[in-house]
Design a protein around this ligand. Sequence first.
Ligand code: AMP
Length: 489
Amino acid sequence: MARAIDNGDGDSLHEECGVFGIWNVPDAAVVTALGLHSLQHRGQEATGIVSLDRGKFHSHRGLGLVGDNFSEPRVMAGLPGRTAIGHNRYATTGDTILRNVQPLYADFEFGGFAVAHNGNLTNAHILHRQLVRRGCLFQSTTDSEVFVHLIAISLYSTVEDRLIDALKQVVGAYSLVALSNHALIGVRDPLGVRPLILGRVPDAGPTGGWVLASETCALDIAGAEFIRDVEPGEIVVIDDNGVRSIKPFTATKERFCVFEYIYFARPDSVMEGMPVYNARKRIGAELAREAHVQADVIVPVPDSGVPAAMGYAVESGIPFELGIIRNHYVGRTFIEPTDHIRNLGVKLKHSANRPVLDGKRVILVDDSIVRGTTSKKIVEMVRNAGAKEVHMRISSPPTTHSCFYGIDTPEQSKLLAHSHSVTEMAELIGVDSLAFISIDGLYRALGKPGRNAADPHYCDACFTGDYPIALADQEATPERQLSLLAATN
Ligand code: AMP
């Protein structure tokens, strides 16, 4: 789930998420907690698990990290069964309230149903208003609850048909993991913007043990092997008969999120057959070919800039050095309490490694510039540590547009690259030179000849403004929203 419905009290959230589901293994909730732990980078604000045991659902949700919520034996004992799903949620603004924490669960006439969502529905507001008009009582402010109500009011009889009916009404980017009394279900949106993979647990009995997860990095700890990516527009149904695939949508060209490769995914994950780590190193090497400048050291902004900086260093032949050290024990709870601590900002997280930087010409490599605040502070820190020159190289094209498909980005006016040229950005950040990888260079690094505007293959809307999925909520005028409402009554 990515973006919450604004309930009028300012509780409008922007979220990224990780999902995990497991079928037919002992202590499924424990394995789910481990899987969620390896997906912690996709969301740190809240987490939840729903397990299924002999037809009965059990759930536990909490604010904070997976380890904070699922370590106690008492909690795990309350989540029995051989099947479970889980969710990690990341919200950057607004209150994280418990009723928004997933998986969502509801009792229907056909039985229980739990669902966890990564992504963002772009017509959630329109659907929400239509559903409220029809008498649906929303329990949360998350866009994901729209799925629950659409399934509830569907006139079809089976869970699968109701789910397909619901999916045909939503517009957006989504990877879902859901659990009914009889099946574990995985869904990827028709364009496959968000990731979802299928894995198998060997030796789990005749019908097999199965895993669904946002990323392959969750497989090892679950004792599972990678089978394949869930395909764009595919519904995977896992039950006592094994795995079934349903493809209810007309086939469209896929548009996987390129930002997963640049920043979001864990480097040891493999996405669409490409190891994320290799992708990042190749992007760094391409960046060195495109925008090199003489320097003494290549320094990554840790952690996200590390693989790209390694690729850059190898390609340019300049030594890679850890000139900035990251403190891994900075939690949001520590940053938030007082203005004084908040103002320390980046210094809590990063510090300069003076012996590496003093008197040197430094190339800093980072994955992206969003608002520019991090870069500005890092550059100042590197200069204060004695760097003679500071050049910045970014392993993504300038972020000029907001994401509406599940990656948290601020509104467009707050994106530095939206209103500033590269030269202006360089001046503002305080570097001697600044360069971003070109969009064609990015595609080349990912094994394509360049960006083909007629069939880009990736969703790169944050860099190009080419939004492949209709932004229905954004585009709907109040008049149009009213006519949509009228049409449903
Ligand atoms: P900013 O200070 O706003 O320019 O932030 C840029 C930094 O935030 C980069 O170093 C990125 O590693 C990181 N970043 C980029 N996108 C995101 C995101 N969606 N969520 C959290 N951090 C991000």
